[in-house]
Design a binder for this molecule. Structure first.
Ligand code: SF4
Length: 307
């Protein structure tokens, strides 16, 4: 029997994803259930399926969107030529996360000031593709690449990071870059997204209190997998990554007194609530409390047409 459930906070959607999903929902309301979204708004099937059920159509390119239809750019951001084309349309909303926009602006500034730019991230990730459109830069994703990268201006160099990587995720790469290029610059402090770091730091604190941790998230989501790895490394040997409550049939909570629950950045809260209800129903109706690591109180405003 489980005695207590402790929920990590923050968990789940970051503010940028929350805003993007809200933009799609409000645009669906405003435009009679007919909008097109360039790229999956968030890498979670439930969220995408729910929006599709309401009428949203997800496409990979603006050219797939009829001229008179409503176009929305996803939270990950897009290269400038895509934004320019989208803006020229009659009906368009930009759901790019404001913090990703700040990184675009920072890239432009670094380039104007003559820096060689490196972005730490995953080649081919939508956010990295978008940011790389704003300035010349090279992408690296490992310490080995940091050890070998050659730049045009080794004495004037700056790096940016993909926002879905935490400071822990990039620490080794940043360490290697600083070792090779001691004067390397980075974005201003206020422009760094802490959403992923906050979720990982919260699960580390949670790990101190629990004897089992469930991470709600897709097994194909690198963000959710990293959360589960962080829990494991923090000393909770028993950690499971479950996409939704149906996967709980496969795990045993025997000998679990205190169960910790968190969720990946693309996971809607409804899936967490389903897991809580399942555990309460089947494992002795444990109480639920929240471990608040930090309060994320920035509120990103919606486009004025949708407020
Ligand atoms: S910058 Fe941060 S808040 Fe914005 S989408 Fe990326 S992870 Fe989310």
């Amino acid at each position: 029997m489980v005695e207590k459930i402790i929920l990590a906070s923050p968990r789940g959607f970051c503010l940028g994803v929350t805003r993007a999903v809200e933009i799609v929902n409000k645009a669906l309301d405003k435009h009679n259930g007919s909008v097109y979204v360039r790229h999956k708004i968030v890498h979670n099937e439930k969220v995408v399926n729910d929006l599709e059920d309401k009428g949203a159509v997800f496409v990979e390119s603006l050219s797939e969107i009829p001229n008179d239809a409503v176009a929305i750019l996803s939270a990950h951001g897009a290269p400038p030529e895509v934004e320019t084309k989208a803006k020229a349309r009659e009906k368009y909303y930009n759901a790019t996360c404001p913090l990703v926009k700040k990184i675009h602006n920072q890239a432009i500034k670094f380039e104007q000031e003559g820096y060689s730019i490196i972005i730490i991230g995953k080649q081919g990730h939508q956010e990295v593709i978008g940011t790389m459109g704003y300035a010349n830069m090279q992408v690296i994703s490992s310490v080995e690449e940091a050890a070998n990268i050659e730049v045009e201006h080794p004495d004037k160099i700056a790096y940016l990071t993909q926002t879905t990587l935490s400071m822990d995720d990039t620490a080794g790469i940043v360490g290697k870059l600083k070792e090779r290029f001691p004067g390397i610059e980075h974005s201003k402090k206020g422009d760094i997204c802490k959403a992923t770091q906050n979720r990982q730091s919260a699960v580390k604190e949670l790990a101190k209190l629990c004897d089992y941790i469930i991470v709600v998230g897709s097994t194909t989501s690198s963000n959710s997998k990293r959360l589960a790895e962080t829990a494991m490394k923090s000393g909770v040997g028993r950690t499971s990554l479950v996409p939704d409550k149906t996967y709980l049939n496969d795990i045993t909570l025997a000998n679990t007194n205190i169960l910790g629950i968190t969720s990946g950045a693309s996971v809607p809260e409804v899936l967490v609530n389903d897991v809580i209800n399942y555990v309460q129903k089947n494992f002795g109706n444990p109480s639920v409390e929240t471990l608040e690591y930090v309060i994320e109180n920035t509120n990103y405003v919606l486009p004025k047409e949708l407020r």
